[in-house]
Design a protein. Structure first.
Ligand SMILES: NC(=O)C1=CN([C@@H]2O[C@H](COP(=O)(O)OP(=O)(O)OC[C@H]3O[C@@H](n4cnc5c(N)ncnc54)[C@H](OP(=O)(O)O)[C@@H]3O)[C@@H](O)[C@H]2O)C=CC1
Ligand SMILES: O=C([O-])CC(=O)C(=O)O
Length: 272
């Protein structure tokens, strides 16, 4: 059975730990870390088989684990992903936006080859990555339109740079249009899905992102529109937000659990 270390004990990390605890994912959660220790303690209190709470992130991968699951932040990837791979552990990443920094991507890509380790990127809060990957060589345009309630967008760096008060948005408003590369920097906790779409398809400069703040919605909606020689793809997911973190969709959590289940099982693998 694979031994798992968990980096980040928030909305996604908690549900992953509970899925392992219930046996839905056949693995052993052995070590956890969050820089808010109280979050790690509350999580461990809910588990039957108690993992060790480590005092710093390096102790996750220097211990005897097979895979580290990151559910923390883009900074966590920038600061710790390389040492996890160098410590010869596989890594599952949720804060995928960090990989749109080419220096981070290239270093991790080379490290995976050198240390013969794998990085897994679950499909997260979107659907259709299988198709985008398959038509990659024939793609001509990809646009992601993401609509969230302003309270789910609050706290993003974007509002500091624009000197805009998110709570003053009273009607459905397009607040950002640009390349995925810029979107993941300005909305690091909201649009990691744009990084997944970029990596699967046209890259971070040509993948276009529109972010819409809608005070009248209680869903996190992601619409992908892609076209090319192959034809057209139009996929929309209306996600229920997690009840502890409105930025994060329920589908992102379920996708992380399903990805981990696939990594940890030897049965038939369905889909691309
Ligand atoms: N790929 C996808 O489709 C999706 C990706 N995400 C991303 O996944 C990540 C986890 O999401 P979620 O669980 O909802 O987030 P939460 O904010 O609920 O939980 C993250 C936890 O990790 C902690 N943390 C952040 N950075 C570090 C660090 N460097 N070292 C240790 N702990 C850290 C946070 O502490 P504190 O609160 O104090 O910052 C928090 O306790 C986020 O980056 C999010 O943007 C989310 C949804 C979809
Ligand atoms: O969960 C979502 O809807 C998407 C999200 O936060 C992200 O991609 O960072």
């Amino acid at each position: 059975m694979k031994r798992i270390g968990l980096l980040g004990c928030g909305a996604i990390g908690t549900q992953i730990a509970l899925a392992i605890n219930s046996g839905q994912v056949q693995a052993e959660l052995t070590h956890v870390y969050d820089y808010d220790k109280s979050k790690a303690e509350s999580l461990v209190a809910r588990l039957d088989k108690k993992p060790t709470i480590v005092e710093n992130p390096h102790l996750l991968s220097s211990n005897n684990v097979d895979l580290v699951v990151e559910a923390a932040s883009q900074d966590a990837i920038k600061n710790h992903a390389l040492s996890i791979i160098q410590n010869r552990k596989d890594l599952m990443i949720m804060s995928v936006g960090a990989l749109l920094d080419e220096s981070v991507f290239d270093i991790l890509f080379d490290a995976c080859h050198e240390f013969k380790k794998r990085i897994y990127l679950p499909s997260g809060a979107i659907a259709g990555l299988d198709a985008i990957k398959s038509v990659k060589s024939e793609l001509e345009s990809v646009t992601l339109i993401t609509t969230k309630n302003p309270k789910a967008l609050a706290g993003a760096k974007f509002f500091e740079t624009k000197n805009m008060d998110v709570h003053s948005i009273k009607e459905k408003t397009v607040i950002f249009e640009g390349a995925a590369k810029e979107a993941v920097t300005l909305f690091p906790a909201n649009i990691n899905v744009a990084a997944l779409l970029s990596l699967a398809g046209l890259g971070s400069e040509k993948t276009l992102v529109k972010i819409v703040a809608d005070p009248n919605t209680n869903k996190n909606t992601h619409k992908i529109e892609a076209s090319g020689i192959f034809g057209k793809i139009s996929i929309q997911v209306e996600n229920v937000p997690d009840n502890t973190n409105p930025k994060t969709s329920r589908l992102a959590i379920l996708s992380a659990i399903e990805c981990l289940h696939t990594i940890c099982s030897d049965d038939i693998k369905i889909g691309t």
